[in-house]
Design a protein around this ligand. Structure first.
Ligand code: SF4
Length: 354
C-alpha cells in the first residue's frame, strides 16, 4: 500500500518529490506546512503545481469522516473510517483555554474485553497504522483553534497490543508535530511485556495504567487480562517505567456503584500504592463510570465518589476526580463506540478533507 499523507515521514516526502524532479526545498515546504504549521494540504496555497492544493503528494488522507458530534462542553468526537478497508476508529478533541488535547484510537475495536467499556463490548477489528494515528491528531488540529499540545492514547484499543505502530506514531508526533514527550500519555490495561519495553524507550512519555480494582479477584471480573497479568506484575512493570524515566505513573480507577466504590477498597488501593515507589510515585485518577449499553453498572453518587477520593487522600495518595467531558455525545472515557455510528451534529460531508 502506498504511504498515505500522514503515513509518509519526511524522508518519504523528500523521496517522492525528488522523483518528480522538484527542487530539494519543496519537500521542506510541504513538510513544514503539514507538521510545523499543522495545516491541511489544501490550505498551503503557496505551493505550486502538483505540490499544491490539488496534489496527490504525499498521497491522499487515509481517513474518511463518517460522523462528528460536538458536546455542550466543546468536546468534539469524530468517527473515522479507513479509506482502504472501512475499519472504524474514533478520536476526541478536548479544548481548553490555551491548549487542546486529542484522545486517539490505537486499534479499530479492542480485544481486551473490559466489561464496562463500549469498545471492549464490540470486539476487535484490526491494529491501526502509525499514519492513521498521526492523522487523527492532524485532523483534530485542523478543527481546533487552540494548538494541540497533548495527546492521550485512551481511545479505542489497547496501545501496547499494537506496540510498533503506536511507538512509531509517538515518535512522529514528537519529532514532526513538536509535541513534547511529557504531553503524550499512553494508557494501558496492563500488558506487562509492552510496559517493560516502554521502560527502555528514550522518550519519557507518561504512563497511565487502568487498574480499576485493588485486588485480583475483583479486577479480573472487570479487566479479564488480569488473569494473565495480575496486579503485582503490572505494578512491577509500572515501577520499572517510573524508575527508568523519573516520571509519575497515573492509575486509572473507573468508579462503579456497588462494585468497587466502597471506601474500604480505597483503603486497600492506598495500601497497594503506598508501597509502589518508583522515582515519580503514583497518582490515582478516579473516573465515575460512564454509562454504556452493554454494561448494567452505574456511576456512584457525587458524595460517594468524593468519599472514595477523600479516603485515598487521607491515606497519602494523590488523587484527581476526572470530569466526564463529552459524555452527552458518548465521547467520555469507556464510551467510544457506545453508539456506532452516532448521530452526526452536521452532515459528515461538511467536514470532509480534500
Ligand atoms: S478499556 Fe481499553 S483495553 Fe479495556 S476494552 Fe476498552 S479500549 Fe480495550
Amino acid at each position: 500500500m502506498t504511504a498515505t499523507r500522514y503515513g509518509a515521514d519526511r524522508g518519504a516526502i523528500e523521496g517522492l518529490l525528488a522523483d518528480w524532479g522538484e527542487p530539494g526545498y519543496r519537500a521542506r515546504q510541504v513538510w513544514e506546512g503539514l507538521y510545523r504549521q499543522r495545516r491541511p494540504l489544501d490550505e498551503l496555497t503557496t505551493l505550486p503545481g502538483r505540490c499544491g492544493p490539488a496534489s496527490p503528494a504525499p498521497s491522499p488522507d487515509a481517513l474518511e469522516l463518517r460522523a462528528e458530534a460536538v458536546s455542550s462542553d466543546g468536546t468534539t468526537r469524530w468517527l473515522w473510517a479507513a479509506a482502504h478497508d472501512g475499519a472504524q476508529m474514533e478520536a476526541v478533541l478536548m479544548p481548553s483555554l490555551r491548549r487542546a488535547t486529542v484522545c486517539v484510537s490505537s486499534q479499530a475495536g479492542c480485544a481486551m474485553g473490559c466489561t464496562f467499556c463500549a469498545t471492549g463490548q464490540a470486539g476487535f477489528e484490526r491494529h491501526l497504522t502509525a499514519g492513521e494515528i498521526v492523522e487523527q491528531v492532524a485532523r483534530a488540529q485542523h478543527a481546533s483553534p487552540a494548538r494541540v499540545s497533548h495527546v492521550v492514547y485512551m481511545g479505542m484499543g489497547e496501545p501496547l497490543a499494537n506496540y510498533d505502530e503506536v511507538w512509531a506514531s509517538i515518535e512522529r508526533l514528537h519529532h514532526d508535530f513538536g509535541i513534547s514527550a511529557r504531553g503524550i500519555t499512553l494508557s494501558t490495561v496492563g500488558i506487562v511485556p509492552g510496559m517493560r519495553r516502554l521502560a527502555q524507550e528514550r522518550l519519557p512519555v507518561t504512563l497511565a495504567v487502568s487498574l480499576h480494582a485493588p485486588d485480583d479477584a475483583l479486577r479480573e471480573r472487570l479487566v479479564p487480562i488480569d488473569r494473565r497479568y495480575p496486579i503485582a506484575e503490572v505494578l512491577d512493570a509500572a515501577r520499572e517505567c517510573s524508575t527508568a524515566r523519573g516520571r509519575r505513573v497515573t492509575f486509572e480507577y473507573a468508579c462503579i456503584a456497588g462494585v468497587n466504590d466502597d471506601p474500604d477498597r480505597a483503603g486497600a488501593l492506598a495500601r497497594l500504592l503506598r508501597s509502589f515507589g518508583g522515582r515519580g510515585g503514583a497518582h490515582v485518577n478516579v473516573i465515575p463510570l460512564n454509562p454504556t449499553a452493554g454494561f448494567t453498572g452505574r456511576s456512584p453518587s457525587d458524595a460517594r465518589v468524593r468519599a472514595f477520593a477523600d479516603r485515598l487522600r487521607g491515606l497519602g495518595i494523590g488523587v484527581t476526580v476526572r470530569r466526564n467531558r463529552g459524555s452527552d455525545v458518548d465521547a467520555a472515557c469507556g464510551q467510544l463506540r457506545a453508539r456506532s455510528p452516532f448521530l452526526p451534529s452536521r452532515p459528515a460531508s461538511a467536514r470532509m478533507g480534500p
